[in-house]
Write a new protein. Structure first.
Length: 354
């Protein structure tokens, strides 16, 4: 869903400074909208602080004994359908324990989560936005040290997003008062860490591996399909464990997908999806500064595909070292910063077949 008006970013290009690349600034939120390497972000770094109440769900876990789950909604790695994926927070909520039917199964721009510290304390709430959820997911994906920092000058909870969500650092720029402050250690800051510590939010449980496999002929799903790597929920209160694997939506003719499940292995039109490649690619494509920098490349000596893993998958460089033969090589056509992921070829092949 989209909401126009004062809550939208109004991003303008700042004239070329004396040194460095052009900068982008959001006039609505008075925050930087410049991505790593000088690109323009779709939403500024301070947008998460301004969410219209009409697009916010107030959610009390006590109303759903069957469990609730929250995820930061991210784009599918493959989407051949006509259905657009809404951004925001995806919510599952069940009234009865063990029930298959979900009372809530949709996306919201933000969730105001009601939390009780104990039976005596009054209700408290914490605002969860898409920006905080996706940054939290990226930080956990790389197992980076996570803190809940507040600006020393104005007391605003601090969110590290985009490049700063994957790179631990000590000096932070407040998105409200635009002043620098310094933390005690190198880490990534996210308000969700404060919520989990101070309000006692239960973290997601260790997921279980999906058991089903899928061998799909896309011609039987004329409505197209969407593919994601599963990512642990930022909040999971169900007594059941969530599944880990590859999640697929596929449509035959109606709005409701005929296929909607998580699988341990997925093959589409004879192409087996490599889950580590897919999982890394999904995290990579959620970062503005990596746009145009994710490529499928092969070692010029041994012809093996190159796959950057861990932190290297999020730090574009001019040169790579082949994991098979140790050859040092650069981007084939010209000198440029890039990260290597063979899943780019998989996406291209499947989109071409579709």
């Amino acid at each position: 869903m989209s909401h126009a008006g004062k809550h939208d970013c109004h991003i303008e290009r700042i004239p070329q400074p004396r040194k460095g690349r052009p900068k982008y600034w959001c006039l609505s939120h008075e925050a930087s909208a410049t991505a790593r390497y000088g690109g323009k972000m779709d939403r500024c770094e301070g947008a998460y602080r301004s969410i219209p109440s009409t697009s916010t769900l107030q959610l009390d876990p006590a109303d759903f004994p069957g469990g609730i789950a929250l995820w930061g909604a991210v784009e599918p790695v493959i989407n051949t359908s006509k259905w657009k994926v809404d951004s925001g927070i995806h919510v599952h909520a069940r009234r009865e324990p063990g029930a298959r039917k979900k009372e809530i199964d949709r996306n919201f721009d933000a969730v105001e989560l009601v939390v009780r510290e104990n039976l005596i304390e009054d209700k408290k709430s914490v605002m969860i936005t898409r920006d905080t959820a996706v940054a939290y997911y990226l930080c956990r994906f790389l197992a980076q040290p996570l803190d809940a920092l507040f600006c020393y000058h104005c007391g605003t909870p601090h969110l590290d997003s985009d490049w700063y969500a994957v790179k631990p650092h000590r000096t932070h720029l407040c998105h409200k008062c635009n002043r620098l402050f310094r933390a005690g250690r190198r880490s990534v800051s996210n308000p969700l860490a404060a919520a989990q510590m101070s309000l006692g939010l239960p973290p997601s449980r260790e997921p279980k591996r999906a058991r089903k496999t899928l061998d799909m002929d896309s011609s039987k799903f004329v409505g197209g399909y969407q593919v994601w790597a599963s990512n642990p929920a930022i909040l999971w209160t169900s007594p059941l464990r969530e599944e880990e694997g590859i999640h697929v939506h596929a449509w035959k003719d109606k709005r409701k997908p005929a296929e909607d499940d998580t699988f341990s292995e997925v093959m589409i039109d004879g192409i087996l999806l490599n889950e580590p490649h897919l999982r890394t690619f999904m995290a990579q494509q959620s970062l503005y500064y990596l746009r145009g920098k994710i490529h499928s490349v092969r070692c010029p000596k041994c012809n093996q595909p190159h796959f950057d893993q861990g932190v290297a998958a999020f730090r574009p460089t001019l040169e790579k070292k082949c994991a098979t033969c140790s050859t040092i090589f650069s981007f084939p056509s010209r000198r440029k910063l890039f990260v290597g992921n063979p899943f780019v070829d998989t996406v291209s092949a499947l989109n071409h077949q579709g």
